[in-house]
Design a protein around this ligand. Structure first.
Ligand code: ADP
Ligand code: MG
Length: 737
């Protein structure tokens, strides 16, 4: 799988945008950034420091000043990277900088103006032009995905209802590294198609106005292009190489106070700053090289860029600056960030024959469809040769390399011929007077059926051909425009441009080396003719070294200041978050019952893969349906579950509906009470009302009071004690009276 394993550092280029109208008319005190394009140096002036203070100088792989062209940046910094992606390497270009300094302009630019097209549209042209010019034995498959990280959640920008969709999850696999699960991926056949994908995604992107930029990007966006290329190797087998290109436009690293954001925007800014400081920590850890632990897991952004920073990828970082003095601190921070990133070492390698290559799947599916079509064509041929339309089981296994159009055309002709023949036969049957009417009908029916079959067969072939064509059209084959003269000239022009860019780059590198060496060898060359001269030279050197010392001291001070500033900012964010947390606790304590809270707490589990807490579903996924599907045993054969008593009652023919529910009589007792003389002496009682009957009578009356309102009392000799009780209650009072 790996090839050309070597280490190379992250390329860092700086771009400074021209002053905008606000800066030109305002009293910002002129520009603070000077650029030496030839040497690749940026000199930064502190507007608040005295003029004697030495300026800060940073050296990079290339620098682009306000007058730089989009095309120059592309040819020099990006083109070699895209070429590597087309060879099967992973590549990343990311734009970093303060809001409003031209990240989006550099990455996208103005699409309609050829002079102002940014890295992304130029890369589209580059990829598809390369494919059309490559050799004809190569097959390509290009896919595009678009996502954004908004408030630390990954959203699919190509999902039509992405605003309401669930946040996507990050997964890792040893072969392709970190990837986003269930991310939409569109197969693109041309520049137009991939531009359409980009447009759809751009419309869904989260942007909002801040004081510094009317269309400030409020999220980090990543446009991912996967180019799979299949090419026959020396062993005669087709090998697939997969290059992945990440085009990253980061959200601005603004200071919250400057952008004048509040509320939701402030929350966004806090998250943006947090993920950018996580990115800064990763860069520092990698550049330092001594710390073993790199905190990739601190944010979604750093996990997504894991391969691009210190892993299997070639990376270009474009750091953008604004020229105005009010943003001195941010500009300095950006330059330091970029300066650190220069030291990151990556290990890019060609991704060869990965298991999950979509191109392989496409190729095998196309081969299967082709075999099916060949089979059909062979069968038709066989039938034709036999000259018998009724034989349907001919085998046609021969390999046909004719185009599918031919198969289709021949098939159509064949069907037409057969239809004509069947029509003639039908006519002959109709005119044949020797046949019985019934026999004629049967024969005609048979012919009709045969025609139906023939048409169905033809339809199936057409569907198969359409599917085959659609699949094949997705694969791009090289060598189509190779003979085109204009193209040839254009290609030459591009090669020349590339050569010039390469030349410039090498020249710059050499200049930088010369500069370093000059300083080193200066003292070696010096020979002194007199003591006085030596003193002079040494004083000069001392002064130089003193100036250097001052520079380093100032640098230490700056780093400290920056540290304090970012700490203050983090503290502020922490305070905000603590306040919010307290507020949420308050709500929980006062409005959520403790048992509900416990229930929720019990459902929480920690997902180590995602590094975050998650809720367990209320019903376990597998038992959810099986539980619902099973009917209770007492309901089998009935509409609903039913009791044993109701079943007995139904079998006896009584109205079962109420028996199961109410078994007592609840009618009012209207029997007049029997007066008992209180003054009668004991033992002087009437014969018909013995005193021992009194409690019995009372009990009977009490029971009678609860007679069911819906049932007429009847004598039922049932096993049920309830029914016999009802019978008993009706008889007892009568006996008593
Ligand atoms: P960011 O994405 O960094 O927040 P933008 O790319 O949106 O900033 O740029 C802010 C404004 O500056 C835009 O109007 C853009 O056209 C302009 N701009 C940025 N860089 C350049 C440049 N190099 N040349 C001309 N205009 C630029
Ligand atoms: Mg932007």
């Amino acid at each position: 799988m790996s090839k050309c394993k070597s280490s190379e550092s992250v390329k860092v280029v700086i771009r400074c945008r021209p002053s905008n109208r606000k800066e030109e008319t305002g009293s910002s005190g002129g520009g603070i950034v000077e650029m030496d394009v030839r040497l690749g140096q940026v000199v930064l002036r502190n507007p608040r420091a005295p003029l004697t203070e030495p300026r800060k100088t940073f050296t990079f792989d290339a620098v682009y000043d306000a007058s730089s062209k989009q095309r120059d940046l592309y040819d020099e910094a990006v083109r070699p990277l895209i070429d590597s992606v087309l060879e099967g390497f992973n590549g990343t270009i990311f734009a970093y900088g303060q809001t409003g300094t031209g990240k989006t302009y550099t990455m996208q630019g103005a699409w309609l103006d050829p002079e102002k097209r940014g890295v992304i549209p130029n890369a589209f042209d580059h990829i598809f032009t390369h494919i059309s010019r490559s050799q004809s034995d190569r097959q390509y498959l290009v896919q595009a995905s678009y996502l954004e990280i908004y408030l630390e959640e990954i959203r699919d920008l190509l999902d039509p209802n992405h605003a309401h969709a669930r946040a996507l999850e990050l997964r890792e696999n040893p072969e392709s590294g970190v990837y986003v699960r269930d991310l939409t991926s569109c197969v693109c056949k041309s520049v137009k198609e991939i531009e359409e994908v980009m447009n759809v995604g751009n419309q869904a992107r989260s942007v909002g106005a801040t004081d510094m930029n009317d269309h400030s990007s409020r999220s980090h966006t990543l446009f991912l292009i996967t180019v799979e290329c299949s090419q026959p190797g020396p062993d005669g087998r087709k090998h697939i190489r997969v290059g992945r290109l990440n085009l990253v436009d980061l959200a601005g690293s603004e200071r919250q106070a400057k952008t004048g954001v509040r509320g939701e925007r402030l929350k966004e800014a806090a998250k943006i700053n947090l993920s950018l400081s996580a990115l800064g920590n990763v860069i520092s850890a990698l550049a330092d090289g001594r710390s073993g632990h790199v905190p990739y897991r601190d944010s979604k952004l750093t996990r997504l860029l894991q391969d691009s920073l210190g892993g299997n990828a070639k990376t270009v970082m474009v750091a953008t600056l604004g020229p105005a003095s009010p943003h001195y601190e941010e500009t300095l921070t950006t330059l330091r960030y970029a300066n650190r990133a220069k030291n990151i070492q990556n290990q890019p390698r060609v991704n060869e024959d990965p298991k999950d290559a979509l191109l392989r799947e496409f190729q095998s599916e196309i081969a299967r469809l082709r075999a099916q079509l060949n089979h059909r064509k062979g069968r038709d041929k066989h039938r034709k040769e036999e000259g018998d339309g009724e034989s349907w089981d001919g085998e046609g296994g021969e390999e046909l390399d004719g185009a599918e159009e031919e198969v289709e055309k021949e098939g159509r002709e064949y069907v037409k011929q057969q239809e004509q023949r069947l029509e003639q036969e039908k006519e002959a049957i109709r005119e044949d007077h020797s046949l019985l009417a019934e026999e004629k009908q049967r024969l005609l029916g048979e012919k009709e059926k045969m025609m139906g079959n023939l048409r169905k067969e033809q339809e199936a072939t057409e569907q198969l051909t359409a599917k085959y064509k659609a699949m094949e059209s997705k694969l791009l084959v090289g060598g189509k425009n190779i003979m085109d003269h204009t193209n040839e000239q254009q290609k030459m022009l591009e090669i020349r441009r590339q050569e010039i860019a390469e030349q410039t780059r090498r020249e710059r590198e050499m200049q930088q080396q010369v500069l370093v060496r000059d300083e080193e060898t200066l003292e070696l060359k010096e020979t002194f003719s007199s003591l006085q001269q030596e003193v002079e030279a040494k004083t000069k050197k001392l002064k130089k070294l003193y100036a250097k010392l001052q520079c380093v001291k100032a640098e230490i001070q700056d780093v400290n200041d920056e540290h304090v500033r970012s700490r203050q900012e983090l503290e502020q964010t922490q305070n905000e978050l603590t306040r919010e947390l307290k507020f949420k606790y308050l709500i929980i304590e006062n409005f959520i019952p403790p048992e509900e809270k416990n229930k929720i707490m019990n459902r929480l589990t920690f997902d180590t893969e995602e590094d975050q807490w998650k809720f367990q579903p209320l019903v376990p996924a597998e038992s959810k349906f099986s539980k619902m599907k099973k009917r209770p045993t007492s309901a089998v054969g009935y509409k609903r579950a039913i009791s044993q008593f109701a079943r007995v009652a139904i079998s006896m023919g009584a109205h079962s509906r109420y028996k199961a529910e109410n078994i007592m009589f609840l009618e009012l007792d209207v029997t007049p009470p029997t007066p008992l003389p209180l003054d009668r002496p004991p033992g002087d009682q009437p014969e018909d009302s013995p005193s021992q009957d009194s409690p019995q009578r009372e009990r009977a009356a009490r029971v009678r009071k609860s007679r069911s309102w819906c049932q007429a009392p009847r004598t039922i000799t049932s096993s049920s004690s309830n029914i016999s009780l009802a019978t008993h209650t009706t008889t007892t009072p009568t006996a008593a009276q």
